[in-house]
Design a protein around this ligand. Sequence first.
Ligand SMILES: [Zn+2]
Length: 294
Amino acid sequence: MRAIHQAAVDYVNVISCNGEEPVVFDQVAKFSWNGQVFGLLDRQQGITKPRQIPTAISIRTTFTRPGANPPYSDKIGVDGLVRYKYKGTDPNNFSNSALRATMDHKLPIVWFFGIDSGTYLPIAPVYVVGDEPGNLQFSVAFEHRDSMPCSDLDLDTRSYNDRIVSQRLHQPIFRQQVMRAYSTQCAVCQLRIPKLLDAAHILPDSHPKGRPIVANGLSLCKIHHAGYDENIIGIRPDLIIEVKPDILKTRDGPMLLHGIKEFHGSSITVPRNPRERPEPSRLEERFWSFRNAV
Ligand SMILES: [Zn+2]
């Protein structure tokens, strides 16, 4: 059984370049191992259990359109681990029992995170490490460990868990959501080469409002991302780009002229969906740091 679970994890990591590229439903509905075909992602169920084994092999969080309420709320507990809601309210229904069996056998599974209709970012391996029937949920970790009561966790462990959840879950999903919202192009120069694009934070991770959500994001190419972070370019709340005055006065080659100075006074390109556009209050707060740095 462990070999089947591991084969599922390996399969999704190969087709998604280790979780960096999104996959569509048809690519991950099934996978083959040892001449047999196993279900990997079900169209109807959030928890998928292949018919040949007693354990669940994947969990799914469905895509929610910006502004809509998610059907399931996957939350972070005080221990820094992510929660995955039971199917329904019966702890012993078929799906919940299969996921609990995965936990009992300490098996790796795949988490499919919906980033668009029928499109998922697979994160694997993840492990179900705790069962909380009182709250109708499981806790999920990105490496195997035995669950421990929250009261036994020291601050270092919690902050380690927070960091891992951010690296493994929030940042990759944030990137995909920002790329989709901006049609995979730089908001400043419209460059469309994915490998040269970053999902930049408007207010940084360390800021209390620096959450990894599209309204706090900008799709920027590497040069404009670095320029934004280093306060060489600023973006006003009315979406106009400003270049630092001393840079504007500097003479250099074509990169500085065409890549930076010529954008002074022009507007960034924002997502079509108003809910996905940069939030003016965040831009404004960030723009003050640019102004103060000038
Ligand atoms: Zn750019």
